[in-house]
Design a protein around this ligand. Structure first.
Ligand code: AMP
Length: 213
């Protein structure tokens, strides 16, 4: 199964992707996670991406497509994957179409998680994630048991540098302008499934399951 997970920042893509991965034994490919890992390791790619990420702007398409093309060579992706945060622009969607065509593969679903803007800002500014395992918490509706510490592995939680209110507003504007039009890219192929992304995590996941099964 090959799925794209679309939705604005804070819609819960990462959280839902991790649940899908567990149940369907496919891989999560998050371009945001890959970029953050590159940044942490201090690679050239990470250094190049840093200024775009800090401003809440998109990293250039050529950089992203090169990175994804490398990932697509990995045999771990053969059973299927969920693309989280990619594609984010029309040229990236065209690039993905080409990569799939080269491998003689198709997409199965494009899931669009829908959440109102006011809720997104509230979610993102309260979001924290584990510095080691990446588990995502929310200080308001899904806090860790111990302040600032991951329930799963005891590592410190971090507040992403691009989850501040000023950057979040820009990221939402960038989503509307550059990423939302992708719904029209995939609609004619009959792949788009709109999912109500409000409510608790399990309810949202059940809506996704109803579409996938
Ligand atoms: P995310 O974790 O998906 O919210 O991504 C965090 C940041 O990484 C974004 O605000 C962008 O700066 C960058 N990024 C992640 N994925 C992409 C992509 N597909 N295209 C361009 N920039 C991206």
């Amino acid at each position: 199964m090959r799925i794209i997970l679309l939705g604005p920042p804070g819609a819960g893509k990462g959280t839902q992707a991790k649940m899908i991965v567990k149940d369907f034994q496919i891989k999560q490919l998050s371009t945001g996670d890959l970029l953050r890992e590159n940044r942490k390791q201090g690679t050239d790619l990470g250094k190049e991406a840093q200024k775009f990420m800090d401003a809440g702007d998109l990293v250039p398409d050529s950089v992203i497509l090169g990175m994804v093309a490398e990932e697509f060579k990995k045999p771990e992706l053969e059973p299927g994957y969920i693309l989280d945060g990619f594609p984010r622009t029309c040229p990236q969607a065209d690039g993905l179409d080409q990569l799939l065509k080269d491998q003689n593969l198709n997409l199965d679903h494009v899931l669009v998680l829908e959440v109102p803007d006011s809720e997104l800002v509230r979610r993102l500014t309260a979001r924290r994630s584990c510095s080691e395992c990446g588990h995502i918490y929310n200080l308001v509706f899904n806090p860790p048991q111990k302040d600032g510490i991951c329930d799963h592995d005891g590592s410190p939680l971090i507040h992403r540098s691009d989850d501040t209110e000023a950057t979040v507003v820009n990221r939402l504007a960038v989503y509307k302008k550059q990423t939302e039009p992708l719904i029209d890219h995939y609609d004619p192929q009959g792949l788009v499934r709109h999912i109500d992304g409000t409510g608790n995590v399990q309810d949202i996941y059940n809506r996704i399951l109803a579409v996938l099964k």
